[in-house]
Design a protein around this ligand. Structure first.
Ligand code: ZN
Ligand code: ZN
Length: 117
């Protein structure tokens, strides 16, 4: 039974997580161990986590789900704001403001243009 080695397996690479290796336990849904490299945890972060046992860590997969929940509303608000901005842009477009702005620029560029024409 070479498979029944003791110890948890990394939720990312599926290799055994030994005591000698630096690993963090996900407190999210998967509740798996991750090598710090596999979980994207820096040495500093690992030290902080191992020092402060009450500090919980979530693997990228579980973290993303949490973020999705938390930012869902914000995203909707942003989308609504974006719609407003787009509406304003649309209302500006059909007016002649754009053209007049263009002629202003044309005046500035006149010396060059007049030589040509
Ligand atoms: Zn791993
Ligand atoms: Zn997880």
């Amino acid at each position: 039974m070479a498979d029944s080695k003791e110890g948890p397996k990394c939720g990312q690479c599926r290799n055994l997580v030994s005591d000698a290796q630096k690993a963090v336990l996900c407190d999210g849904k998967c509740n798996s161990w991750f090598h710090i490299a596999c979980g994207g945890v820096s040495e500093d972060e690992y030290r902080r986590l191992s020092r402060n046992k009450s500090k919980l860590w979530h693997c990228p997969g579980c973290d993303r789900k949490r973020n999705d929940d938390g930012h869902g509303r914000r995203g909707a608000e942003c989308a609504a704001e974006l719609d407003n901005i787009l509406l304003k842009l649309k209302t500006l477009e059909p007016t002649g403001e754009m053209e007049s702005a263009g002629t202003d620029k044309g005046k500035l560029g006149r010396p060059l243009g007049s030589r040509r024409g």
